[in-house]
Design a binder for this molecule. Sequence first.
Ligand code: ATP
Ligand code: MG
Length: 438
Amino acid sequence: MRVPPELTRARQTLPAPLLDVLRRLGDAGHRSWIVGGAVRDLLLHRPREAADFDLATPATPQEVTALFPKVVPTGIEHGTVTVVSGGFAIEVTTFRGEGPYVDGRRPESVTFHRDLASDLERRDFTMNALAWDPLADDFQDPHGGRADMGKRIVRAVGDPAERFAEDGLRPMRAVRFAAQLGYDLAPATRRAIPGAIPVVARVATERISEELSRLVVAPDAPRAIFLMRTTRLLEAVLPAFAALPVQAQDHAALVVGHLPSDPALRFAGLLHPLGADAVEQVLEGLRQPRRVSDEAAALVRAHACRLGAPGPVLPPSPVHVRRWLSAAGPGRGSGLLALAKAEVAALPAREVPAAQAEVQELQAALAQMALDRPALTPQELALDGRRAMEVLGVPPGPQVGEAIRHLLDRVLDDPELNRREALEDELRRWWAERARGG
Ligand code: ATP
Ligand code: MG
C-alpha cells in the first residue's frame, strides 16, 4: 500500500537504533514492521516518547534473542521481548493471532502466526491496526484505520461485540482514545459496549483504573465521561458517580474539562459532588496511588465552600483565606484556585459574572499572601514546642500541642503576632486564663 506522506516525512525522525533493529531482523530474513500506536501517533503528528515504538516480526522470541546482544524477556509468554539498543528499549513482538479467552482478558494460548495480516486483525481498533516498514517503504492498513482517523472515529476491528467479549478492557480503551484524540465512537462500536459490561466487570481493577486515570487527564475528558454514561460503562466502573443526579454528573464533567491536566485535580473535579470522604473511598477502591486519593480528597474537602452553594461561598476576607488555606494545606492554593475557576467556567452563563468576581477576589488574596507569606502552619511559628515547654515550665504532653494550636489560631487572625516575645506573652496569658478555667 502507498505510504502516507506523513510517514514519509517522519522517516527522517526515526531513531537510528530503531532502524538498526529493523535492518538486522530483515537481514536475517525476518521482515519486520513498526505497528500500533507509534504509527497512529506519527500519522497524527502526536508527540510520543522516543522509546515507545513497538515492532512486529515473524521471528520467534528465541530468534530475536539470538540476533541482539542485549534482549530482556519482558513478556515472553505473549511473544514479546525488549531489545535494548543505543539507549532505546524497543519491544519486539512475534506476529500473533489469538487463542480463546478465558477470564475475559488474557488469551489462554498465544499462537505465533508467521503473518502480519492476522496480527493486525487481533488488534483492538482500526487506527491501531496499522503497520509500516520504513526500510521497504511499505504501509499496511487492512481495516481502514487511516480513513477512520480522517473521520475522527474509533472503530473496533471486525465485529465489535465479539471483540469486546474477548477483552473487557477494550471498551475502556475505546473511550480513553476518544478522550485523548477528541474522536467519536463508530455507532456500531458504541452500541456494542452495553452488552460487554459483564466482561468489563471481570477485568482487574488496576487495569480499569489505569484507563480511567489516562482518560481523566486527557484533553477531551468530558467526552469520555458522557460516552461512559451513554454506554453504561460509568455504572460498571464508577457506580457511586453514576448514581448522582444527571445534572451533577454533567456539571462535574464540565468542571473536569476546565482543569489543568493533573490526575488528583481532575479526579477532584470529577468526583467533587460526592464529597471528600466518598472521593477518598472511590479512589482507594480503584487502587489509585495513595498520593492521588489523598490529594483529591483534600482538595474536595477544602472546596466544600463551593460556588453555587447557598450562604457564604468563597472565603471572603484575608483572615478567612488564611484559615482556609491553613486547614487545606498551604501547598494547595493553586489547585484550589484552579478548581474554583473551573467551577465558575462550568456555571450557567447568567451566574458567571458574580462567581467570577469572587474567584478574582480569591486569586488576589492568594497572590497577596504569596507576597506577605504569613505563617499558616505550626512549623512557621516563631516559637516551637520546646520553647513553649520552657516558657510554661511543663513537661512534654498534650497541653504542648494545645498551646501551639492556640498560637497558630491567634497568628492566623493576626500575622503581626508571629514574633517570639509576642508569642511568649500570648502563651503566658493563655496559660493563666486556662488555669482560671477560662
Ligand atoms: P498508548 O501507548 O498511547 O496507549 P498504544 O496504541 O501504543 O497507545 P498500547 O497499550 O501500548 O497502546 O498497545 C500497543 C498496541 O497493541 C495497540 O496500538 C494495539 O494495536 C494493540 N493492543 C493493545 N491493547 C490491546 C487490546 N486490549 N486488544 C487488542 N489490541 C491491543
Ligand atoms: Mg503504547
